[in-house]
Unconditional design. Structure first.
Length: 309
């Protein structure tokens, strides 16, 4: 199976890539900074989330992703800042990214409109030693990633109230290329381009009973020459301590989610994806683990309302 993944990787390297290039997260509701920079500081507290994702468990060389996002408002209530970093591994390829975030908020009596921008870099490398090719003399396998690091930038808008949110964002504004140069004497060059990824998100909080809230949400992603991807999510918050939910992804995947409030500002989340496409027979699902922490950086007051978003 590693050979198959390597073949797919090399196929993408010799053409202009127009498919999915961003790490995939089921618990995107707690990782919005990875999707929309305008989210920075929007929940009014310092927040940090670590997410580890093991996709397609049981397939050698399957994607492994580690993500860190942290953001906070400043003393000026109109400004939020943040940091998003990740490591994404697929077979012999590995991507790193780090993005600094600035958001500005227009505050209305009951709602807030935010604009945000992220800027940083994306780094890519390939460990050719992981491959087991039929033709070890293939010149492409002796190539080098000549511009491993390229600048990157994202832009987004985010509008929210106490019980709803909606956002639009675009990633990879520069559409930079990462080049692989072949060895002499052929010296052929191939590249992958960072296609712009467009995201739309929306969600709400609907009271069901005294200690029960229903949280529906949707995430839509579009990349040129790739199928439209939609995530539909429905979760229940019980006594502001336990969240249970499920999600459906149009790539024929169903996810089960939970989050537990551990107290002291800490929370723990877990999700399990079940795939119903052709990969079902070859993997044991996808696992995602999240550890979150948040506190009031400036006022140090007790949080009186749940964190819906």
């Amino acid at each position: 199976m590693l050979k198959n993944l390597a073949f797919i990787l090399l196929w993408f390297l010799v053409i202009e890539v127009n498919g999915q290039q961003d790490p995939l997260f089921t618990q995107y509701a707690y990782n919005k900074l990875a999707i929309n920079p305008a989210y920075a500081g929007s929940n009014g507290r310092f927040s940090a989330d670590l997410i580890t994702r093991f996709q397609w468990a049981g397939i050698p060389g399957a994607p492994r992703t580690f993500s860190l996002n942290a953001h906070t408002p400043l003393r000026d209530p109109h400004i939020g800042i943040g940091l998003y970093a990740y490591r994404d591994e697929l077979g012999p390829s590995v991507d790193y990214g780090a993005m600094g975030t600035f958001a500005y908020r227009l505050i209305f009596p009951a709602t807030t409109l935010c604009f945000g921008i992220q800027a940083g870099f994306k780094y890519m490398d390939i460990n050719w030693n992981m491959l087991n090719p039929k033709d070890p003399g293939d010149l492409l396998l002796n190539g080098n990633v000549t511009n491993k690091m390229v600048p990157d930038a994202d832009f987004g808008t985010y509008y929210y109230g106490r019980r709803f949110y909606a956002g639009l964002s675009v990633k990879h504004l520069f559409q930079n290329q990462i080049v692989v140069s072949g060895a002499a004497p052929d010296n052929k060059t191939s590249f992958t381009r960072l296609e712009r990824n467009y995201y739309g998100m929306a969600g709400g909080a609907i009271p069901i009973a005294e200690n029960l809230e229903f949280i529906p949400s949707v995430l839509v992603k579009y990349v040129q020459n790739a199928p439209l991807q939609v995530d539909l999510n429905g979760s229940f918050i019980i006594r502001n301590l336990l969240t249970l939910g499920a999600a459906y992804r149009t790539e024929s995947a169903l996810a089960l989610l939970m989050e537990l409030n551990l107290g002291g500002g800490f929370s723990f989340g877990y999700s399990y994806d079940i795939w119903f496409n052709s990969l079902k027979a070859y993997n044991k699902g996808s696992h995602e683990i999240r550890l979150g922490y948040e506190f009031d950086l400036f006022h140090k007051e007790r949080m009186l309302t749940p964190r819906y978003f």
